[in-house]
Design a protein around this ligand. Structure first.
Ligand code: DOR
Ligand code: ZN
Length: 349
């Protein structure tokens, strides 16, 4: 019988999709992400959203105030696309050294998406400039029509919107964020190298039965919602495939415990404090620890045209139980993803 490996050294990973929030939350979220990620793509869905280069620069400054002294963590900022974004602002973003992508939220699709895009036709001139200057478009890929079933929203977005956008702007770099379905995996696999996808730990570790059978688990509720087991399996296979179109994006999205355990609970899973350990756990379960480095530390940087990190991290085998609750902005605290579950890896500090 083969001996289980005890240590795994990989190039320092990056998180290509994270929500750090603002204000007091930054003192919790920034150290949690900077703990193991060298860089992260910072989501712009603040209230009000980050819609211009000046706001992105100011937000970046507030984030940097919370980076621990011994860390070189680099926040990569994004702009929030609205119906009124201009091609001039995109040119400004491309010329700035702080903005690395633009995020498309269909209006009403998720947390703080009220100011998102109501009609994609408004954005043709913006997409044309982004294609030209090589600024990636990051997409929350869910249709928002009230009559469309929540479990079908990603598939329908791909058919109705994403395929046409990609056809019209074939060189536009697109990241379909936090994919949740076999349909998204198929789409990304069969399109050109200008299309990629991020995969979260929650969509790899869980499916909708985990969320709904034997009692509702509000801490597994995120958007796009967890799908059926067959979709989870397709995501797992994509993540460990070694295909560079699939890379790590936690979508760590903190909400205080009392806003998740509520009659109308918020969407989002907070995975930052244990993110790389959770990915290592699932990659090991799938017999693919040797594929973790590509997924976590290489493919995203290559897609964004950034250098791969030179430094390394070491994960050590260590049996621990994930905390049930962590401190956050109010006394209710925050419940991390997979709270109370066994974790087999630990980041060596
Ligand atoms: O579950 C989610 N939470 N999905 C999103 O798209 C947004 C995020 C948030 O900001 O809380
Ligand atoms: Zn997100």
């Amino acid at each position: 019988m083969s001996q289980k490996i005890q240590e795994l050294e990989i190039l320092t990973p990056d998180d290509w999709h994270v929500h750090l929030r603002d204000g007091e939350a930054l003192s919790f979220t920034v150290p949690a992400t900077a703990r193991c990620f060298a860089r992260a793509i910072i989501m712009p869905n603040l209230v009000p959203p980050v819609v211009g280069v000046a706001q992105a620069e100011a937000y970046r400054g507030r984030i940097l105030e919370h980076v621990p002294a011994d860390s070189h963590f680099e926040p990569l900022m994004t702009l929030y696309l609205t119906d009124s974004i201009t091609p001039e602002e995109i040119n400004k973003a491309a010329a700035s050294s702080v903005v690395h992508a633009c995020k498309l939220y269909p209006a009403g699709a998720t947390t703080n998406s009220q100011s998102g895009v109501s009609d994609l036709a408004h954005l043709d001139s913006v997409f044309a400039v982004m294609e030209d200057v090589g600024l990636p478009l990051l997409i929350h890929g869910e249709i928002t029509e009230a009559e469309v079933d929540i479990f079908d929203r990603e598939k329908q977005f791909i058919e109705k919107h994403l395929i046409p956008i990609h056809k019209k702007f074939p060189k536009l770099k697109i990241v379909l964020e936090h994919i949740t379905t076999a349909d998204a995996v198929d789409f990304v696999e069969r399109t050109s190298s200008s299309v990629a996808a991020t995969i979260t730990p929650q969509h790899l570790l869980f499916n909708r039965n985990d969320m709904l059978v034997g009692g509702i688990k509000p801490h597994l509720y995120c958007l796009p919602i967890l799908k059926a087991g067959r979709h989870q399996k397709a995501l797992q296979m994509a993540a460990i495939s070694g295909n560079p179109k699939f890379f790590l994006g936690t979508d760590s999205a903190p909400h205080a415990r009392n806003t998740k355990e509520a009659p109308c609970g918020c969407a989002g899973c907070y995975s930052a404090p244990f993110a790389i350990e959770l990915y290592a756990t699932i990659f090991e379960q799938l017999g693919a620890l040797d594929r973790l480095e590509g997924f976590a530390s290489r493919f995203g940087a290559e897609f964004y045209g950034l250098p791969v990190n030179q430094s390394k991290i070491v994960l050590q085998r260590s049996e621990q139980t994930l905390a049930e609750k962590l401190p956050y902005v109010d006394e209710s605290g925050i419940v991390p993803l997979a709270a109370g579950s066994p974790l087999h890896w630990k980041l060596r500090s």
